[in-house]
Ligand binder design. Structure first.
Ligand SMILES: [Zn+2]
Ligand SMILES: [Zn+2]
Ligand SMILES: [Zn+2]
Ligand SMILES: [Zn+2]
Ligand SMILES: [Zn+2]
Ligand SMILES: [Zn+2]
Ligand SMILES: [Zn+2]
Length: 1734
């Protein structure tokens, strides 16, 4: 109440306070001091305007601000009416920069062809109007705070401007003369802006809670305060609500309101009052919040006037922000003032003050400030630069503030760095002038010390994830600065860059050797150490390390200097362990002196960024050739290569020992680290560089020494000295794994040369090789390949440039994704020991390739492909292949294999030895082919054929190899061994060719010949076997296809159906019945009706597996079924559906078919008893596990089909069809007397008879009707029985029970009411679901273009059969009087005699529903008190015929009335219903319009009577179909003949139908009736290009709220409505429950079931009811045939019609619920999701 008083006072005062709009307040007078008068004005107005803080009237506030302050201010500033002036300014063109600031969730676009780096983005508008639309673009969702780069020439290699921002384009004719402001306005601006800016700055950084600056304190100070609560990221929503409720004793709703506002704005007054009471509230809130979350909320007590001025300061900020967009002059003046430093003062300028205060501001204030910076500084290149300089000046302070702040990064001023640092010229300027690299690295060094240990190495144990994430922001800045390499180097740039690099090396020094670990022996470690932080930093640094190396490589001098610095740093870190005495190690005559170190016993670290940077610089030295000058910078004595390779070698040994399970007790953390060490995310700057370092070692060290060092570090020295007599199996195994790992590393050192600098390959070659090896494993999707390739600083892998050279694309089908398959010619590049293969990938690839070779009937040898030559700097590496120690290693292993010392070797080891041998031979061959023999010193052949020196292995490698062929365990390697033997021979011959040793040559060639001939034999044998196998396969295929053809022929009808195991009997049964009736009449209605053969149906219960014949008298068998409401056929989506059917009368279906009840089945049969047992057991089961959330709702009878797990909610009893045959003589006799007129008379008499009878008992049981002119006194009540009756069918009690159960389910689900077995609407619902389901199936068959009969899926067929038979039998479980009552009401539509008051007119009913109803209820007229009777076959035949003819006549009338205008109708009425032949137009309308009805009727009568349909209906043909339908349904092909035939009867009916007021109004064109045929529903049209949808979404405005918060627009695929999902603004209260926009829309649009497209996420959502839903892939694919849920990859997406069609069918087949249930079962994570609020 207090607030309203205040406002009232203000209102009355406002008249005197505020001058009329045109008047100028005194402070605008130029004679006055602007500053002083301006402040006086504010002091006077602001506290009043913003006095009602707790409950403000925002519009009123705004009005007052405009009138009292802003309008006069603008008048003064512009010197004329602001509206007119700004209008002029607007038209005169704006900046060439777009500068749009992105909100969270907005789509941004980047061009992969033209963007300088991936941070360059365009807004939707600019993108659509740019050339990049046709380039390789990416789309992403903004996290907020970004800025459109359109117009920034430095951001784009091409097309920097869109057509909208291009000068001279779109209305801005005066391009360059961008409306210069006149001098007067400029002068005013210079006067106004400083005061405005100063006021804003002063108020925002104002710290006094109680006082204002003296200039603003005018009135008496009142004791009016606010208790203000601030937002933080520590407390959750619920915490705040709880604390507020407790502390202030307020309602939940109010607390929620406060909390939402706090979250959005950053602060909010939660209490107003005197100082003391506010202070008290503050303490209370702090206390309560501390209780729930250990930390108090930030609360302040502010004086009302302080609060008011701070509010107004922000309002002024947004006023300036808007002003900035009008003119460059405004921006420049504004920037100048913001940057102006007070002369002689050390104080920062205005803008820096605000930046420094940023972290102290609340959210709302920060937003205004940042937007102001965007709209001013960032729109003027020159001032952006000046701003950047200021920013860098305070960089350290700002980052430190940010790191201790707890707001998101987008809300920090530090997030602006990306806008400046990524601009190449700006970055260069900042490096040169501000030394920004050094500043950033120093900032890092200053914020990280808390993680330094006593050795000055980082250690992140117990780190805070959030804090480190904030540190990453600094690392990112480094990345931004380095992202574009300079093209022009100045001395100053070189100097500053090197400074930065050296500073950066200091960070790396703290990482080199950090987080050392020691092998755990005996006990397992207790706690896994934190390893993630170190690895995460490594990942963050990866690209920065690469960029530093690239920058260094730009310039020879720089590279050498950087190398020297880096080398020094490595050396400084390599001192430890030097205290130990050197030991000596001898092997085969070579000696190694080294300091002892054991990875298994001493500490080791996998973090060696310094060593790896050095390796990176080394290959760049090699690549540029600068390496020749290295000695000038690092002297050979200093170089110490052994020391350089020491640490990387230890790391590789660690990996080997982990593989050998020696570090098991160190827990999972080590395994994870080793994983990342080799993973694509890290390996470039970890594993790969360690291999390079070993290659550097191998190229610079003596090969024997190098190998001895390797042996020693792998702790394998003894293993190659003597055979240890150990029996410890674990140790032996360990040793074997270590040997394998070492051999593998040796293979890599010699063989892996695909690094520019190591050999002469290009980056493209490297990527191609990676892709080839990935595809050698299996064909892969584009995204999978991308994920397996390292990304560069621009997030590019280079994949697109090369993929087509090595692979072919295979398109996807309706599901799955497209894949790339390797081209055959690339297979020869396959290297089994590719160093980026994981163990699994290695064996998978080997398996795939061997299998492929086998299929091609080739040998299985997979020798290495010839590697490219080493660069000169690395050429010495190959010497390790033919050195003594290597020979010793090879011989030792081969010998062990040959001597069958099984425990000392493994097959993998032999494979590696063979690989090394192949490498050696390939090397020698290559050298011999390129240089003269005498110059080739590489003597692998010689060494391998020579005997060993020691007695232990005196035999030569070649001899051992020959013997290896006889080792049975190595059968699989035989082909490889043969290949190597051949290579030996080749090399031998190359050697001999030049040395001309004829003797050797001849003997050699003979030997080869012998060898060749055995090889040929093997080849021939292999070929013969393969041929035999092929012939065998062919034969089988031929047999199979013959069988198949037979099958198709015998089962023609059912071909294409899905024959499930259970359905087979059905199928065969159906087949039999078809063939036996083949000669019979194919007419379903009337006296000529064909026979329906009672088929003996034997079904197997899926639960007990027992067979049973379906009989009337035996226990019931049931079919699992699902009943659901459906709007699949609706013609009018705007119709409001009744959500509850309590008062609904479902007897008549509206012709719009707004909502029906669909019954579907998965076609699985059970005994009723078995099903009941199953269902009860399940209920029990779930009751016992209450905590488990259920996929299905047992309360509502839901269960999963025990066989196929479809969601079901009931069962259909299977009622056998009663065979009926007509005696043709009887039929003839009846035909003589039973005309339509007479039949009508008889039933009228019968019905009136009942009504008389019943009237005696209860009154008005049947609606009264008149018997005008149709009565026949000769007929009496029992006449109906005289045309044939029979006793009623008796069902077993079990079938009856099931009939009731199913009927009740239909009633309950269809009407959404509580079950009630006795409700009068149960029969109505039965007929309704029967009619509706048939209409759905008819519709589906038509849209799928399938024939009416014979093409239904088995489940649809058996479901429909059971449903129709059930609907016929259901009548017997209801009181016949009730059925009669319904029948009479139905007949009322056709026969106006019966017309009751609530009978709808002809245009208000769906005629097919009427048909089904009358046919199924008609037998109730045969009911007699004493005996249960039903019509005989002949009676039924006539009943069906006449009922059908009547409804058909009525339907034709419907069609004609609704499709023709009035005047033509009268013509039609006279002509066609009279004697004349109708015009073609009418005929066409009728024929088209009646088709769905006839087709539905044919389906209905077929499943009701079992009469086989004519052949034509088994095919798709327009004309044939119509004739066949007419014949099957006993209609004349010329439908108008019906009218002619029954003219006397029809004429009065027609007149009455057409005089109904509703019909008349339609005839007069006053109302629109539904047209026939009704439209077939389909999902809405979707655009071909996904960005069109994104475009639409960006224009989406929530209908309920006006704020600019992030929205989740969601598109309804049924109706095209765009909804605001997952947001409180659009929640709706339905039956006392809060429902989200989607859920409540679904209730109306899809009767609870609906399909949506989440546009921003590119995902389809299926939902059902309030509790269930699932995600489904959207029908949009990128060019690689992949979907992109969440738009993570961001490739352009296009509509896939086939997939969209699949979604359409999912809907029309009513399988959405099923899909949801299935996905929920497999995807349990969605249980947590609250679908209700979607
Ligand atoms: Zn833009
Ligand atoms: Zn633009
Ligand atoms: Zn482009
Ligand atoms: Zn059973
Ligand atoms: Zn099933
Ligand atoms: Zn909809
Ligand atoms: Zn909304």
């Amino acid at each position: 109440a207090a607030h309203s008083v205040t406002i009232g006072r203000l209102r009355s005062e406002s008249q005197t306070y505020f001058p009329a709009k045109t008047g100028k307040p005194a402070w605008c007078d130029e004679r006055f001091n602007f500053q002083a008068t301006f402040l006086q004005c504010l002091a006077k107005h602001v506290p009043n305007i913003y006095s009602a803080e707790m409950d403000p009237l925002l519009e009123k506030q705004e009005e007052m601000v405009q009138a009292a302050i802003l309008y006069p201010l603008e008048c003064y500033l512009f010197g004329e009416d602001p509206d007119i002036f700004l209008e002029k300014l607007q038209q005169s063109g704006t900046s060439q920069l777009c500068g749009k600031v992105f909100k969270g969730g907005e789509t941004t676009y980047s061009c992969r062809d033209c963007a300088v780096d991936p941070t360059c983005v365009l807004c939707m508008d600019c993108f659509q109007n740019s050339i990049h639309k046709n380039h390789r673009y990416k789309m992403h969702s903004s996290t907020g705070g970004g800025f459109c780069d359109c117009g920034d020439t430095e951001a784009w290699k091409a097309g920097p401007l869109c057509t909208k921002h291009e000068p001279g384009a779109s209305g801005s004719a005066k391009e360059n003369s961008e409306c210069q402001l006149n001098e007067e306005i400029m002068e005013h601006s210079r006067r106004v802006f400083p005061s405005v800016i100063k006021y804003i700055v002063d108020m925002l950084i104002w710290e006094e809670e109680k006082e204002l600056p003296p200039e603003l304190t005018t009135r008496e100070k009142v004791d009016s305060y606010y208790c203000v609560l601030f937002n933080d990221e520590h407390h959750s929503y619920d915490h705040v609500i709880y604390s507020l409720q407790r502390a202030l004793g307020c309602e939940l709703g109010e607390a929620q309101l406060h909390t939402t506002a706090i979250d959005k704005e950053g602060r909010r007054a939660v209490k107003a009052g005197h100082y003391a009471s506010c202070q008290e509230a503050k303490e209370e809130i702090k206390r309560h919040s501390e209780n729930v979350s250990q930390r108090p909320l930030h609360v302040e007590v502010l004086h009302a006037d302080v609060m008011a001025h701070q509010k107004f300061a922000l309002r002024l900020g947004s006023w300036l922000n808007k002003l900035m967009s009008y003119s460059s002059d405004f921006r420049q003046i504004f920037c100048q003032i913001c940057l102006k430093e007070e002369a002689g003062s050390e104080k920062p300028c205005f803008i820096s003050k605000l930046m420094l205060w940023d972290a102290k501001l609340h959210k709302g204030a920060r937003k205004v400030l940042h937007e102001l910076i965007f709209s001013s500084f960032f729109m003027e290149m020159e001032y952006k630069k000046l701003f950047a300089v200021e920013f860098v000046k305070y960089y350290k302070a700002l980052q430190k503030e940010y790191i201790s702040d707890d707001h998101d990064r987008v809300l920090s001023v530090t997030a602006l760095s990306v806008q400046m640092f990524t601009v190449p010229t700006l970055a260069r300027h900042l490096i040169e002038e501000q030394n920004v690299i050094t500043i950033i690295t120093e900032t890092l060094l200053e914020v990280l010390p808390e993680y330094l240990d006593k050795n000055d190495k980082f250690n992140f144990q117990g780190y805070s994830q959030d804090k480190l994430n904030r540190v990453y922001a600094v690392i990112y800045d480094l990345r931004y600065v380095l992202v574009s390499k300079p093209t022009l180097w100045t001395d100053r740039l070189r100097e500053r860059f090197l400074d930065g690099f050296v500073s950066f090396l200091r960070i790396l020094t703290c990482m080199q050797g950090m987080e050392e670990i020691k092998r755990q022996i005996g006990q397992h470690i207790e706690v896994d150490p934190d390893w993630e932080a170190a690895i995460a930093i490594q990942m963050q640094l990866k690209n920065i390390l690469l960029m530093f190396q690239e920058w260094c490589a730009c310039d020879e001098e720089l590279l050498l200097k950087a190398y020297r610095e880096c080398h020094k740093a490595v050396m400084r870190c390599s001192t430890n362990g030097r205290s130990r005495e050197k030991t000596v190690f001898h092997l085969c005559g070579h000696t190694l002196e080294s300091r002892p170190y054991r990875v298994s016993a001493d500490p080791v670290s996998i973090h060696l960024p310094l060593s790896r940077t050095l390796a990176g610089l080394h290959v760049r030295l090699s690549k540029t050739g600068t390496i020749s000058r290295l000695h000038e910078f690092v002297s050979p004595e200093e170089f110490q290569v052994e020391l350089l390779i020491e640490y990387p070698l230890r790391c590789l040994v660690l990996v080997a020992q982990v593989a050998a399970e020696m570090w098991r007790r160190n827990g999972l953390s080590l395994i994870s680290q080793v994983f990342y060490y080799q993973d694509v995310k890290c390996r470039e700057e970890m594993y790969d560089k360690d291999i390079i370092m070993l290659q550097i070692g191998a190229s610079l060290m003596d090969p024997n020494q190098f190998l001895l060092l390797i042996l020693q570090r792998y702790e394998l020295a003894d293993a190659f000295k003597k055979i240890k007599p150990t029996k410890d199996q674990d140790l032996i195994k360990q040793c074997n794994v270590l040997i394998e790992e070492m051999l593998q590393i040796l293979i890599y050192v010699v063989g892996e040369r695909y690094v520019p600098g190591v050999s002469n390959v290009t980056k493209e070659d490297v990527i191609m090789r990676e892709i080839i090896h990935l595809l050698c494993i299996e064909p892969m999707a584009h995204s999978a390949i991308t994920k397996s390739l390292p990304e560069n600083e621009n997030n590019e892998t280079g994949l697109e440039n090369v993929i087509d050279k090595v692979a072919t694309f295979k398109k996807p089908g309706v599901s799955g994704h497209g894949v790339y398959e390797l081209k055959d010619e690339c297979l020869k590049e396959f290297n089994m020991f590719f160093y980026h293969y994981t163990k699994t990938q290695h064996s998978k690839a080997e398996h795939t390739q061997k299998k492929r070779r086998k299929q091609e009937n080739r040998d299985e040898a997979l020798p290495p492909p010839p590697p490219p030559d080493f660069s000169p700097a690395f050429s010495n590496v190959v010497r390790i292949l033919n050195c003594d120690v290597m020979m010793h290693i090879l011989r030792t292993i081969l010998q062990r294999a040959v001597e069958l010392e099984t425990h000392l070797w493994t097959e993998a080891m032999i494979q590696m030895v063979l690989h090394l041998l192949s490498l050696g031979l390939l090397e020698e061959k290559q050298q011999l082919q390129t240089s003269p023999e005498e110059e080739v010193t590489f003597d692998f052949y010689h060494k391998a054929t020579r005997m060993g020196s020691s007695a232990l292995n005196a035999v030569s490698v070649l001899t051992l190899l020959e013997r290896l062929k006889r080792v049975p365990q190595l059968e699989a390697q035989k082909d490889t061994v043969n290949w190597i033997l051949q290579m030996f021979d080749t090399v031998k011959r190359l050697r001999e060719k030049s040395s001309l040793t004829t003797v050797a040559a001849t003997s050699g060639s003979e030997a080869t010949k012998g060898d060749e001939s055995t090889q040929d034999k093997e080849k021939a044998e292999r070929k013969r076997k393969a041929e035999a196998a092929r012939l065998h396969r062919q034969k089988i295929m031929a047999q199979m296809s013959a069988l198949q053809r037979n099958f198709i022929e015998t089962h023609k009808l059912l071909y294409e159906n899905t024959l499930e195991a259970q359905g087979k009997e059905d199928a065969i049964m159906e087949e039999e019945s078809m063939s036996s009736t083949i000669d019979c009449s194919k007419i379903a209605l009337g006296p000529k009706r064909g026979p329906s053969v009672a088929e003996k149906e034997v079904l197997t219960c899926i639960l007990c597996q027992e067979e049973q014949e379906v009989k009337l008298e035996s226990a019931a068998m049931v079919l699992s079924a699902c009943v659901q409401k459906s709007t699949a056929l609706t013609q009018n989506r705007s119709r409001i559906l009744e959500l509850s059917g309590d008062t609904l009368d479902p007897l008549f279906m509206h012709p719009d078919l707004p909502c029906g009840t669909h019954t579907g089945s998965c076609g699985h049969v059970m005994h009723a008893a078995c099903w009941q047992k199953y269902f009860e057991a399940m209920q029990l089961n779930f009751r016992q596990r209450l905590h488990v959330e259920q996929i299905f709702d047992l309360e509502n009878g839901e269960y999963l089909c025990p066989l196929c797990k479809s969601l079901c909610n009931t069962v259909i009893p299977i009622v056998p069809l009663q065979a009926q045959k007509i005696n043709s003589e009887d039929a003839e006799a009846v035909a003589q007397i039973l005309s339509l007129a007479r039949w009508l008379e008889i039933i009228i008499v019968r019905i009136s008879g009942y009504s008389v009878k019943n009237a005696e008992g209860e009154k008005e049981n049947l609606p009264a009707f008149t018997n005008k002119g149709m009565g026949n006194s000769a007929l009496e009540f029992h006449s109906i029985l005289s045309f044939g009756v029979q006793s009623s069918v008796k069902y077993s009690s079990s079938i009856k029970e099931m009939l009731i159960l199913f009927a009740t389910t239909i009633y309950r689900v269809g009407l959404k009411v509580a079950p009630n077995e006795a409700d009068y609407r149960i029969p109505m619902m039965t007929w309704s679901t029967c009619a509706f389901t048939i209409q759905c199936i008819e519709n589906l068959l038509e849209t799928e273009g399938k024939p009416l009969f014979g093409s239904l899926q088995n489940r649809q067929h058996s479901g429909l059969k059971a449903l129709v038979q059930f609907a016929a039998a259901q009548r017997t479980t209801s009181p016949q009087v009730l059925i009669q009552k319904h029948l009479v009401r139905l007949l009322g539509v056709l026969l106006p005699n019966f017309k009751a008051e609530d009978t709808p007119s002809l245009l208000e009913v769906d005629m097919f529903h009427v048909l089904v109803g009358v046919v199924l209820s008609f037998p109730s007229l045969y009911w007699e008190d004493a005996v249960d009777l039903q019509p005989s076959s002949i009676s039924s035949a006539y009943n069906h015929l006449y009922l059908f003819h009547l409804t058909t006549l009525a339907h034709i009338t419907q069609i004609v009335v609704s499709s023709l205008p009035f005047y033509s109708f009268s013509f039609v009425y006279c002509s066609c219903f009279g004697q004349d032949i109708p015009g073609w137009f009418v005929w066409d309308c009728v024929k088209k319009g009646i088709m769905p009805y006839l087709r539905s009727a044919a389906l209905f009568f077929h499943y009701l009577l079992g009469v086989s349909p004519p052949e034509e209906l088994l095919q798709v043909s327009e004309e044939g179909q119509f004739k066949a339908l007419c014949s099957y349904l006993s209609l004349p092909t010329n439908l108008f003949l019906l009218f002619q035939e029954y003219w006397d009867t029809v004429n009065p009916l027609l007149q009455r139908w057409c005089t109904d007021p509703v019909v008349l109004s339609s005839l007069k064109g006053k109302s629109i009736a539904i047209r026939y045929p009704r439209k077939r529903n389909s999902l809405i049209e979707l655009p071909e290009d996904y960005s069109c949808l994104l475009n639409q979404a960006s224009q989406f405005r929530c209908p309920r709220s006006s704020d600019d918060e992030q929205k989740h627009p969601v598109l309804c695929l049924f109706c095209g409505a765009m909804l605001c999902s997952q947001n409180t603004c659009c929640q709706e209260l339905v039956n006392g429950e809060e429902l989200g926009a989607c859920t409540s829309h679904a209730l109306q649009c899809g009767a609870g079931v609906c399909m949506f497209l989440k546009i921003r996420e590119c995902k389809v959502v299926l939902i059902e009811g309030k509790t269930r839903g699932c995600l489904y892939p959207a029908p949009y694919l990128d060019e690689y045939g992949e979907t992109d849920p969440g738009l993570k990859r961001g490739n352009p997406l296009h509509l896939c019609r086939e997939r969209y069609r699949k979604l359409h069918l999912l809907w029309q087949q009513h399988c959405i619920i099923e899909e949801i249930a299935r996905s929920q079962e497999t995807n349990q994570i969605f249980f947590g999701f609250n679908w209700q609020l979607l």
